[in-house]
Design a protein around this ligand. Sequence first.
Ligand code: FES
Length: 114
Amino acid sequence: MTQKDRIKTGFEKMGLESSKRHVFLCVGPDCCQSSEGLATWEVLKAKLKTLGIPAMRTKAACLRICSGGPWMVIYPEGIWYGNVTPQRCERIVDEHLLHNSPIRDWIVREHPIA
Ligand code: FES
């Protein structure tokens, strides 16, 4: 397989063409215990797949807040959630990503990048 083919496959695997959102999750180690961040990451991955939600996901090592994590930011809305435990992640996926209803009480910052 050529490099061009591998790049094409990479874009196809991430679902770029069909994605409506991009979710970044910091898994620590400074804003949270890495074990907690990774547990949230596993929930995020599983729920996006199970529910067939058209969103790209990226595991980050730091989003430069470094306290009160795990941190999640969702684009294009630019909505930031802190303390995203596995349980909170489940609700964010169900309400925000599946039903387009952000959880207002949990939003720490909102800054769309247009
Ligand atoms: S380690 Fe998570 S924001 Fe820096």
